[in-house]
Design a protein around this ligand. Sequence first.
Ligand SMILES: [Fe+2]
Length: 296
Amino acid sequence: MTQTVSSTVDNPSFALTRPVHVEAAHLSVADLDRVGAFYQKVLGLDVLDRTASGMVLGTGRKALLTLTTRGDAARQPRNAAGLFHNAFLLPDRSALADWFAHAVSLGVSFEGASDHLVSEAIYLSDPEGNGIEVYRDRRPDEWTYHGDGTVEMATHRLDLHALHAEAKPSSWQHAPNGTALGHIHLQVGSLPEADRFYEGVLGLKKMASYPGASFFASGAYHHHVAANIWNSRNAMVRENSMTGLQDYHLSFTDDETLGTTLDRLDALEIPVLREDGVHKLVDPWGIGIRLSRTAD
Ligand SMILES: [Fe+2]
């Protein structure tokens, strides 16, 4: 049985107005200057803050991606738990077309392009192999929800020629206001363990499943967090010195949802470090998670 849920909420804010959404991610890199330059040039992020060992990138005043480096940084193996991709959500198809034309003009290597029914997505990697998705959502009233609240997703070919033809000449300068980290996709060691953690501990709902992957969301988004075992089946806990994903930040739009989540963490005796309004924990694979109330 399927039903189509009507919604008047325009994209892209739907992802961000849910009770929980992804705010930002933090990567450890070996070559800070090289990777930082890539995100500025290719994605058009601004440098919001810079130190000798780190850089905060984003749009306007909104931080989306922190890069840090350390002397003992060791490149993570491809099958380590960690990041599959950071997914940068653009406001609409027009912005995706303009960004795609910009990236083509830079000679960027793309790794895929898909129509997921709920979204249209293009895939690439940064110079150290950290996965990147750039996407736009279809409007939620165009998504098909099933009777149990899950959402129909698929992977079809995205017509890049048609997308490119829609680009306005040279109109893409940098990431537009409203660009967000719409979701984060992780490599994990076990899907049942991921289901237990993201549903049972963090309280997200499993919205869709693919062979080897689960998609979790808050508030009927298609997914804020995905987890797969395609490269990382049986991966162990990450080592601190590994490059790649150090942590990501989940933002809660209301006190009640955050309080309920923290109570569940307490009840399960999962260690949480509380610091300046941010609650820090690690997932079963050593990926850091920061929980906080959405800043006003
Ligand atoms: Fe994704």
